[in-house]
Ligand binder design. Structure first.
Ligand SMILES: CC(C)CC(=O)SCCNC(=O)CCNC(=O)[C@H](O)C(C)(C)COP(=O)(O)OP(=O)(O)OC[C@H]1O[C@@H](n2cnc3c(N)ncnc32)[C@H](O)[C@@H]1OP(=O)(O)O
Ligand SMILES: Nc1ncnc2c1ncn2[C@@H]1O[C@H](COP(=O)(O)OP(=O)(O)OP(=O)(O)O)[C@@H](O)[C@H]1O
Ligand SMILES: O=C(O)CCC(=O)C(=O)O
Ligand SMILES: [Fe+2]
Ligand SMILES: [Mg+2]
Length: 338
């Protein structure tokens, strides 16, 4: 299958409408080296100059690679996301391109779709109601501190961490999100992750290793967990119980922004309920795609391609870049490279 036909097919599958071509690339200081130093006495690498973050917040993100903003998303909005999630689980709406995932512990059992069997949905960029999350002005205001003014929403998820069956499959191993992304530079990528209810260690909060965003991308693979591991839940391979791990206890509406190299994961859900969070990964549209051939990201590339080929029912020569191009959406400013 040639690339053009595969692309057309993918557009049909993902329901992607044609978008205007990107404007010419203009010189922009945002991605230039040491640009922020000129107007600020301090040298910052991970945050950009604007008046949104306090100096204290800025220093915190620079040092730790994450920043929690309390009470950023309203109860009303969260209720709307929850209701739409339930409609998707019941198949009352079926937005093009969406991936509905079940926990591996029940993946082979024959359940009817309901909120109780869905562990996460991904790629809701064509669902107006859920995609509102990615365009909330109060979220984008913070995102801009990391990406700059030209913002693409690249990856969307609503995670419905199920009650653990006893096999510990509800855990998400420690990982760096950059492992999944074929675009750079990493410092102009950020995740926004909003708690849809109170989240603590009982229902499986986010666990972060502060400061790890200063390191490099580590090789990832499946952990050897005897109870099983969810498809594509890769983890770092040199895991050891780290004393410096921080459990992020968050209230409903609290939002954490974090760097794609920050090592993070989540523990098992020991409660009977489902633990819900909604998230979007944003990148500056000035980021560029890279080839991951010959890198540690090759393993995830081939898994993603296998899934796409399975969906098409044939071999395609679709690249990782094609796949990301189809799901990315401009949410602010101009579309440049991505
Ligand atoms: C930063 C960010 C990108 C980080 C992440 O998002 S990490 C996680 C990334 N995850 C993904 O991209 C989603 C991956 N999941 C999927 O694509 C789908 O849910 C699939 C695993 C392919 C299942 O698709 P589905 O349409 O439900 O297909 P089937 O029900 O026919 O199942 C096909 C085969 O897959 C198995 N399966 C289904 N769910 C899981 C699971 N959670 N873990 C492991 N295996 C699973 C299922 O048992 C079946 O296996 P076989 O019968 O072929 O042996
Ligand atoms: N072998 C491993 N490889 C990668 N990550 C792991 C491994 N074992 C545990 N983790 C992850 O380490 C993180 C921290 O675990 P920790 O034990 O602190 O969490 P927890 O909240 O106590 O949950 P639980 O008791 O269910 O593990 C979690 O994200 C967990 O999924
Ligand atoms: O909500 C969680 O448990 C974390 C999910 C996560 O880190 C991811 O999907 O990349
Ligand atoms: Fe992650
Ligand atoms: Mg533990």
């Amino acid at each position: 299958m040639d690339l053009q036909r595969a692309g057309v097919r993918l557009q049909i599958v993902l329901g992607h409408l044609s978008r205007p071509s990107a404007p010419a690339i203009v010189a922009n200081p945002i991605l230039g080296p040491a640009s922020s130093a000129s107007c600020h006495p301090q040298q910052f690498q991970y945050t950009l100059d604007n008046n949104v973050l306090s100096l204290e917040q800025r220093k915190f993100y620079e040092e730790n690679g994450f920043l929690v903003i309390k009470n950023l998303v309203s109860d009303d909005d969260i209720q709307r996301f929850r209701a739409e999630f339930q409609r998707i689980c019941r198949k009352e709406v079926n937005p093009p391109g969406i991936i509905v995932m079940r926990d591996v512990a029940i993946a082979k059992q024959d359940y009817t779709l309901s909120e109780k069997v869905v562990s996460k949905i991904q790629d809701f960029q064509e669902d107006q109601e859920l995609f509102r999350y990615c365009t909330l002005p109060q979220i984008l205001k913070y995102v801009e501190c990391f990406t700059g003014p030209n913002i693409m929403a690249m990856h969307t998820m609503l995670i419905n961490k199920p009650s653990d069956s006893g096999k510990k499959t509800s855990r998400h191993p420690l990982h760096q999100d950059l492992h999944y992304f074929p675009f750079r530079p990493s410092d102009r990528i950020v995740c926004a992750w909003t708690a849809m209810e109170h989240i603590d260690r009982n229902n499986g909060c986010l666990v972060v290793l502060p400061g790890t965003h200063k390191g490099t991308l580590k090789p990832h693979g499946y952990p050897n967990w005897e109870g099983g591991i969810n498809k594509m839940y890769h983890g770092i391979q040199d895991y050891k119980k780290d004393k410096n791990r921080v459990h992020l206890v968050m209230k409903k509406g609290d939002t954490v922004f974090f760097h794609p190299l920050l090592i993070h994961g989540s523990g098992r859900n020991r409660t009977q309920g489902f633990r819900k969070a909604i998230s979007c990964h944003y990148a500056s549209s000035e980021c560029h795609y890279i080839s991951v051939n010959g890198t540690s990201q090759e393993n995830i590339q081939s898994e993603v391609k296998d899934i796409v080929n399975r969906r098409f029912g044939m071999e395609t020569n679709i690249t990782l870049e094609d796949i990301w191009t189809f799901r990315g959406r401009l949410v602010k400013g101009e579309k440049i490279n991505l």
